[in-house]
Ligand binder design. Structure first.
Ligand code: XMP
Length: 516
């Protein structure tokens, strides 16, 4: 087994491409069991290190030409297995049962009206009538001969079954979604009553294990890591710091496009956490490189290039550095080995990477096993402040993509003031934590206004606040009118050169969160 793998109870999730696969993994981990997602057609080499397996759902039909038909013999009957949705249908098909198109709609809520085997551990403490969530157009018409039906709904005869003589279970509904009211209970029955796993995936265990592994992996070498002020790079740095102390050299670059006072404030917090961090103010260098550039992608590329130059210059000042630390998290890892290949929907800019190969550094990624919510939990368990952990996401190119058109120091200063009024007001009115991301955008137009007896012709700013889970889809937040009224007054009264404030009420899709 690799030394950077978790050595407590381990569950394998075989992914058939369902949109819910990551949700299954998160539920399992919330029950403190470590799990890994692997594509259905690539069983991990260290299969014997897993003690149980879940087969995911899939957008495919078992009967279609491109159906995913792996050989289950390495798993089935060898370890406890729970097959979900497509997994359940495929398991039936694999065992000689019959899967056919359903002539009724098997989508949405249903009741497990007939739990036939109430004494089966899978349904312990789950009562008759429990609501489950279905999402499929095929149905299992006939079970394999060695299978026994455990539960049905009004429309689905074989909603749950097991293979006799094995700890092999299958359910045609989705226990991982919240609409399945006892879904977590069912998963927990599978994990603990059937597979007898130990709930040892906790933040404390993760930290102990990772620190020990990092010490062994890095030895006396030096590591350089770029801090961004965001959650992932901060937690990665604190973990590395716990393992190797002053051998970790952090670099925090001010690109001149951060929020008001962000560079100084965050640097101070990092220093307070004992990190060996160098703040590099490269604002001028970035602004010079950006001068006259108006195309959003060109701005992004320029900022990316200058960042690499600045980081590389700084990294070279540290003698004998061997490793580059990165805050890569598990969704990035899964994405790179997904069933469908890297998804087109994730933009390249979401990945932390991008530092060039010529740096010739080995990569160390202490968070590559963690989901975002786990990163926060681990950060909290190591004493990182809620203020830092609860910060809204902020794009790498910063205010550059919120200043539409060309960027000047004066525009940055105006936008920083506007943004600070908005963000501080969200905090003062206890709205900050209810919003996933918020910020202000400087529009490339002037509008007519009147102040006193004077006609003005000044800038327009837009405010944006969105709710989201992962930034892939988002909706605008229904902020109270009174609040917006106060923020708008404050901005127009306090920020010179702005005479109009608008609020963005577009959802993503079809709009995006950022305007550029
Ligand atoms: P969009 O605008 O694509 O944004 O709806 C989704 C999320 O990604 C962030 N974002 C970026 N982050 N570099 C980044 O590091 C970028 O170039 C970039 N563009 C958008 C955005 O702030 C939101 O959280």
């Amino acid at each position: 087994m690799n030394k950077d793998t978790f050595q407590g109870s381990r569950l394998l999730i075989l992914d058939f491409g369902s949109q819910y696969t990551q949700l299954i993994a998160r539920r399992v981990r919330e029950l403190n069991v470590y799990c890994e997602i692997h594509p259905y057609n690539h069983l991990p080499e260290n299969i014997s290190s897993f003690s149980a397996v879940i087969l995911s759902g899939s957008p495919y039909s078992v009967r279609s030409a491109e159906a995913l038909h792996p050989d289950l013999n390495a798993l089935k009957g060898k370890m406890p297995l729970l097959a979900v949705c497509y997994g359940a249908q495929y398991l039936a098909h694999f065992g000689g049962g019959e899967v056919a198109p359903s002539n009724i709609r098997e989508y949405g809520r249903a009741q497990l009206s007939y739990i036939k085997k109430t004494d089966d551990p899978l349904f312990e403490d789950i009562s008759e009538g429990s609501q489950v969530w279905m999402s499929h157009s095929d149905t299992i018409k006939q079970l394999p001969t060695n299978a026994v039906c455990l539960a049905s709904t009004a429309d689905v005869a074989n909603a749950a079954y097991r293979i006799e003589g094995e700890d092999t279970y299958a359910i045609q509904f989705h226990p991982e979604v919240t609409h399945s009211t006892d879904g977590v209970k069912l998963l927990s029955n599978f994990l603990f009553k059937i597979a007898k796993l130990t709930p040892n995936w906790t933040s404390a265990n993760f930290v102990d294990m990772t620190v020990a592994q990092l010490k062994e992996q890095i030895g006396n070498d030096k590591v350089v890591l770029g801090l961004s002020g965001g959650v992932d790079s901060t937690v990665a740095a604190v973990l590395l710091h716990k393992a190797i102390g002053k051998q970790l050299h952090c670099i925090f670059v001010n690109n001149g496009l951060l929020r008001k006072n962000e560079f100084q404030n965050v640097l101070k917090q990092y220093e307070g956490m004992g990190l060996n961090v160098k703040g590099v103010d490269a604002s001028e260098r970035f602004l010079t490189a950006l001068a006259g550039k108006t195309d959003p992608e060109e701005k992004r590329k320029t900022i990316g290039r200058v960042f690499i130059e600045v980081f590389d210059d700084e990294a070279h000042k540290i003698a004998d550095v061997k490793w580059l630390g990165q805050g890569t998290i598990y969704p990035d890892v899964i994405e790179s080995l997904s069933v469908k290949g890297p998804s087109a929907t994730i933009k390249s800019h979401h990945n932390v990477g991008g530092l060039p190969d010529y740096m010739k550094l080995k990569i160390v990624e202490p968070l590559r096993m963690l989901f975002k919510d786990e990163v926060r939990r681990v950060g909290r368990s190591m004493g990182i402040s809620d203020e830092l952990l609860g910060r809204h996401p902020f794009p790498g190119p910063g205010l550059a993509i919120r200043i539409l058109g060309d960027i000047t120091a004066e525009k940055v200063a105006v936008l920083q003031e506007v943004d600070a009024i908005f963000i501080n007001a969200l905090k003062e009115h206890q709205l900050y934590d209810k919003v996933w991301q918020a910020g202000a955008i400087l529009l490339p137009i002037n509008s007519v206004g009147v102040m006193g007896d004077e006609r003005t012709y000044e800038r327009v700013v837009a405010l944006r606040a969105v709710e989201s889970v992962d930034g892939m889809t988002a909706d605008w937040v229904d902020l109270p009118y009174k609040f917006l009224q106060k923020v708008s007054n404050d901005i127009i009264n306090k920020v010179k050169g702005v005479n109009r404030v608008v609020y963005d009420i577009s959802s993503k899709p079809p709009a995006t969160i950022e305007w550029e």
